[in-house]
Design a protein around this ligand. Structure first.
Ligand SMILES: C[S@@+](CC[C@H](N)C(=O)[O-])C[C@H]1O[C@@H](n2cnc3c(N)ncnc32)[C@H](O)[C@@H]1O
Length: 192
């Protein structure tokens, strides 16, 4: 199977259960936990939320969460849990490269495994949407593999290029996760 990149590929993966096996790791990354402890946000946005476990966790910490994924199947699973009262984020079907249906500003945002699904042109659109939706001084956290599923290389200098001039790369921590060589990046939105 080639790397999934369309919403229908991800729909199929979530429908068949492959998505659960590959991505739905219910353990909360300590990097996410540290991020929300250090930034104490009131309002936060998650990009590429899948079935919403991380947004759910953040909502339970008292954060007003908005979460987006372009897989309608993943969002339906997130909403089904919400209907059972297990979770309270606002879940939206949406493409992270065009988030017209989302209203900011947010104190922080994060993405665990979505950015590395994008090609170069969509990476730029994503960066511009995060810049539009974050408050000045707000921080964006990304976990991304160093080699994307479509074969692009991601590194601190690539991330810096994609997010300049609106953001400053404030940290890049190299870390293996889900067996992959990867980084945790933090980017701070510069004042207007
Ligand atoms: C590797 S999965 C990670 C899911 C979740 N963050 C997790 O760690 O369990 C990547 C997610 O990004 C979503 N995604 C990929 N490209 C997207 C896009 N352009 N817009 C919105 N969501 C996207 C996929 O549907 C998928 O749910």
């Amino acid at each position: 199977m080639s790397a999934p990149d369309k919403n229908t590929d991800f729909d199929e993966a979530y429908r068949s259960g492959v998505g659960h096996l590959m991505w739905t790791d219910a353990r909360i990354p300590k990097e996410l936990n540290a991020f929300i402890q250090e930034t104490s946000p009131e309002k936060a946005l998650e990009l590429g939320c899948g079935i919403g476990l991380f947004s759910d966790y953040c909502a339970k910490q008292g954060i007003h969460m908005t979460a987006v994924d372009f897989s309608a199947v993943a969002i339906e699973k997130a909403l089904a849990r919400a209907r059972q009262g297990y979770t309270s984020p606002e879940f939206h079907v949406g493409d992270v490269t065009c988030l017209d249906n989302i209203t900011g500003p947010f104190d922080i945002s994060f993405d665990i495994g979505c950015f590395h699904c994008l090609d170069q042109s969509n990476q730029k659109k994503y960066a511009s949407e995060v810049a539009r939706l974050l408050k000045p001084g707000g921080t964006h956290l990304i976990w991304a593999m160093d080699s994307s599923p479509s074969g692009l290389t991601l590194s601190p200098s690539v991330i810096n290029d994609v997010f300049s001039p609106n953001f400053e790369l404030i940290s890049a921590e190299k870390k293996r996760r889900r067996f992959a060589s990867s980084h945790w990046y933090r980017l701070s939105k510069k004042p207007a």
